[in-house]
Design a protein around this ligand. Sequence first.
Ligand code: NDP
Length: 449
Amino acid sequence: MKMTCKIRLDEFMAGLVRRNPGETEFHQAVYEVAKDVLPFVESRPIYCENRILERMTEPDRIIIFRVSWEDDDGNIRANRGYRVQFNNSIGPYKGGLRFDKGLTLSILKFLGFEQTFKNSLTGLPLGGAKGGADFNPKGKSEHEIMRFCQSFMNELFRHIGPNTDIPAGDIGVGAREVSYMFGQYKRLTNTVTGTITGKGLAFGGSMIRTEATGYGLVYLADNILKQHKNGLEGKTALVSGSGNVAQYTIEKLIDSGVKVLTASDSSGFVYDKDGIDKEKLALIKQLKNVERKRISEYTKTFKAEYHEGQKPWKVPSQLAFPCATQNEILELDAKALADNGCLAVAEGANMPVSNEGIDIFEKAGILFAPAKAANAGGVAVSGLEMTQNSMRLSWTRKQIDSRLKNIMKHIHDQCVEHGQNGNVINYRKGANIAGFIKVADAMISFGNC
Ligand code: NDP
């Protein structure tokens, strides 16, 4: 019997919620995609008949494991490790590892689902995955971090490989953690392959990988503004976060002639009315990457306001780049940005804007660049790192930067192609549909299983 090709959004979501109870972040991420993809699927019976979106919202595999390690006082600690291998239709699983005390399976499923679309948009042959542990790296010694990373890899190594699954960093996992994990992977497998990306330059890492997400975000914003006969130069911007993505977003914004007014961490935000320049950014990098201190320390060296426990979105500005974490722009924050005349919001973090926030931006005519398009620069350069590892080659900074710019332009153009709504370009819709098509076509080619 032929199935009907009308799938109602509310029925689809009710089924998803029933199968994944309590996983609110995952529900949110799927809703945001299904809203665009289901109407599209209706007009393409092959996707509908093959129940592609239902299949795409079920991860290929979830691995959950115990991570035991010893702290500096000799106490045995236990954490939970995860790898969600979401979809490998267009290439081996690829996605970061997050170490955060609040990490849940719901968060990892939303991240793995998003990653599948994002990786598809890059045009590279990369599937989607995400992983990590509910481990809090804050306040841990170097030795504790090392022992945790090694213990984490003692289990993860058997599930990954250069042609199977290639992890990378994310929140709480930077160059230091990637190096400890790569070292342990190398010991356990007696191989030196490109199984983790974000490695140090001395052992297979790529130029610009550290900068890639932030730089790519600004390249995409530049493309969007140019498409709308506007530009970055002379604008003001709010940035949240002060980690990897935030730092290199600020750096590229400064280079593009933008005045960056804010930076933040999970304790509060600094508002520098004169703008964060390169000298001030160097202090942020020192505080966060080397001394591992709070952003509030900024005000001990430079004149700025510090707002404890607050987010930066009430500060008037033309551009906003949320680069910290999921759901950091809720309805009221989005309203504050709209009321202050914000022109464009580009997501550096994954799902930083709630669905209610996105609706407010769309109603206010604010250009909105969703994470799966806007922050894809990081995974794109990770893909280039994998290519260099396979070829035993190292490309120059200039070569990688030029490839990154081309990839972000290609992502922009796909969003325009699939997001055109009359005279308006809906980048959210464009990214969802363009990301979907490639994965869906691959799944259909493989047959139904
Ligand atoms: P980092 O760990 O380097 O930095 C995270 C930043 O966000 C820190 O400033 C941190 O503050 C802040 N933060 C974390 N949790 C919260 C919270 N609950 N409220 C407010 N601020 C918070 O991570 P990244 O910069 O790598 O990642 C940031 C975002 O970008 C994440 O959503 C990640 O998934 C996404 N992303 C990262 C990519 C990458 O290449 N690194 C690629 C694509 C997306 P504190 O120091 O207080 O913890």
